[in-house]
Design a binder for this molecule. Structure first.
Ligand SMILES: Cc1cc2nc3c(=O)[nH]c(=O)nc-3n(C[C@H](O)[C@H](O)[C@H](O)COP(=O)(O)OP(=O)(O)OC[C@H]3O[C@@H](n4cnc5c(N)ncnc54)[C@H](O)[C@@H]3O)c2cc1C
Length: 539
């Protein structure tokens, strides 16, 4: 199916939710693409701690206030309010009733709400510490029940099809930019396809992999952000990259996330000598301070004292059986790395975790480009401001996936089938991808080497603590690399790795340039050499 009503790029929680909402209309045809062979593979799959719901003594106002407080003054009140008000009911309807996700409950049958940092209430629903996997399995199973959803795997989106850029009509230049689908590369067949659609949704997830230390899986390389940027979409808040305080620092298991829920259940951060240190940085919240504060505190301890990691002690604060029941995956993963978390502390370091910025969208997920929507981690609704409140990203994917689905349906259903078909360009109007003359296959050593260079630049110069000198150095080196990679890209046959490398250097530059331009420390953007925003936290 190369021409459809809606093409959705990505099938994590955001893309899957949009597909399910659109599929309610049996006449609507929805094509969902993912670059992985396994549709489960996404950031969603790895979410551990859970998803925000409404706790027992909780209200929408209360959640709204926590989001605003964590966002360090930069959360957009309108969208934070939407999330707080719509999220919990939608969770119940879509995840529990439609997708059949069974969240953990207490022995009396009531939901077992977890606690996480900077939440003033226990309100996190979870499925052990494998919440994301349970959610995406449920959503994919629900999608399979709709014959009007086609899910295609092994397809890497390369570039958006936008007019005037891809139009053969010179007069199209005088109209606003509009999106009509995507060029995608079939990883197995090594062929390029045009998918044309009345509406296009980018739901490609985050960009953690542009950093050396990250909790994100290999697919999180910012593909959608780079595509949107090349197409001319507005991008905002790109300097706000959230670093998770606690990724496992054990050989062979680097980057594995030790969920915030572990501190929510009482675990305490210690120096390697065994001294608790969070009270020095946040006397009020201590180990449950907002993520940026905890991550910078660890970074500060590591830099000041030359530690390679700090320790997270759960064993002293939770019974061994309770640890195994509440955190089965973390327990098993640490044990496989030789650490028994029921008996000893866990070595941890901070790692790039979540992208708070992204493609600027409105309350319906619509970007600055006509017909182009962006949802989930790739988008910036403004909810997370300068620092995301734990466990709100899954909920944001759900809420905006549903909203975009409703918005697109309202627009498409106004049109007669004939008008709708005519609104999508024909294949004659959109040039096919041209690879003629390219014979060289991409050299994987170059791809790997360049990727590692990007990751090192981002980690050292655009990391937890930034200053003008580091950022300027990063930008100079990334620009040089961008030129090299662009030449490489223009002269080499396509591959998934090459597409990802080109995108990674593009988004690395976007983040570094935003970080340079924002001279004010706020939330997860910390400038050592600039003013601190009013009311902002210092360490
Ligand atoms: C280890 C870890 C733990 C987390 N824990 C939590 C938590 O407890 N609670 C919480 O709320 N959030 C958590 N998060 C964040 C949350 O998981 C993500 O923000 C969220 O799942 C993003 O969903 P998404 O649908 O936007 O993207 P994803 O789930 O990442 O899905 C992206 C999709 O796009 C596809 N894709 C990407 N590029 C292309 C391309 N070029 N062409 C075609 N397809 C493409 C991918 O294959 C995938 O299908 C965690 C994240 C990580 C990494």
């Amino acid at each position: 199916m190369d021409k459809t009503d809606v093409v959705i790029i990505g099938c994590g929680i955001a893309g899957a939710t949009a597909a399910l909402r659109l599929a309610q209309n049996p006449d609507r045809h929805i094509l969902v693409l993912t670059r992985h062979a396994d549709p489960l593979e996404s950031n969603t799959r790895y979410a551990q701690g859970g998803i925000v719901s409404r706790g027992e003594d909780d209200t929408a106002d209360c959640l709204y206030n926590d989001i605003i407080a964590a966002g360090a003054g930069a959360s957009f009140p309108k969208t934070a309010r939407i999330l707080a008000e719509e999220g919990p009911d939608l969770l119940q309807k879509l995840l529990v009733e439609t997708a059949g996700v069974t969240f953990d409950s207490a022995p009396d049958g009531r939901p077992f709400f977890g606690q996480e940092a900077a939440h003033s209430r226990r309100r996190i629903l979870h499925v052990g510490d494998g919440t994301g996997l349970a959610i995406i399995q449920g959503l994919l199973a629900a999608m399979a029940r709709f014959p009007n959803i086609t899910l295609e795997t092994n397809l890497t989106a390369v570039d958006l099809i936008t007019f005037p850029h891809h139009s053969r009509d010179p007069l199209r230049t005088y109209q606003p930019i509009a999106c009509y689908g995507v060029y995608a590369f079939h990883r197995k067949e090594r062929t390029l396809h045009r998918y044309l659609a009345a509406a296009t949704i980018l739901a490609t997830g985050g960009l953690g992999r542009i950093y050396r230390n990250t909790t994100n899986p290999p697919g999180a390389r910012g593909d959608g952000l780079a595509m949107a940027h090349r197409a001319g979409a507005r991008i905002i808040n790109a300097e706000y990259v959230q670093f998770h305080p606690t990724a496992l620092a054990a050989p062979g298991a680097e980057g594995f996330l030790i969920s915030e829920a572990v501190r929510g259940e009482g675990a305490v951060l210690l120096t390697p000598e065994g001294r608790p240190f969070m009270a020095d940085y946040s006397p009020e919240w201590k180990d449950l301070a907002p993520r940026d504060v905890v991550a910078r505190a660890i970074h500060h301890q590591m830099e000041a004292h030359g530690y390679s990691h700090v320790l997270l002690d759960l064993a002293t604060h939770m019974d061994a059986d309770a640890i195994r029941a509440r955190f089965p995956n973390i327990y098993a993963k640490c044990l496989s790395a030789g650490i028994d978390i029921t008996r000893e502390p866990i070595p941890v370091v901070p790692a790039a975790h979540y992208f708070c910025g992204g493609v600027a969208v409105d309350e319906w997920g619509l970007s600055s480009i006509q017909n182009l929507y962006a949802l989930g981690e790739i988008s910036c609704t403004g909810v997370h401001g300068a620092n995301r409140l734990a466990s709100t990203s899954l909920l944001e994917g759900l809420v905006w996936g549903d909203r975009a689905g409703r918005h697109i349906e309202a627009l498409l259903s106004c049109q007669s089938p004939a008008n709708l078909a005519a609104s999508v360009p024909s294949f004659d109007e959109v040039p096919p991808w041209d690879e003629s003359g390219l014979v060289a296959d991409a050299d994987s050593a170059l791809i790997q080497g360049d990727m590692q260079t990007i990751q090192n630049i981002m980690w050292h110069y655009v990391g937890l603590a930034r200053n003008t000198e580091r950022l300027l150095r990063a930008i100079r080196e990334l620009r040089h690399l961008w030129n090299e990679i662009e030449t490489f890209y223009q002269t080499t046959k396509l591959s998934d790795g090459l597409i990802g490398l080109r995108n990674a250097v593009e988004v690395a530059l976007i983040v570094a340039e935003s970080a340079l331009h924002n001279r004010q420390s706020r939330g997860c953007h910390f400038r050592e050499d600039a003013g601190i925003a009013e009311g902002e936290r210092l360490i």
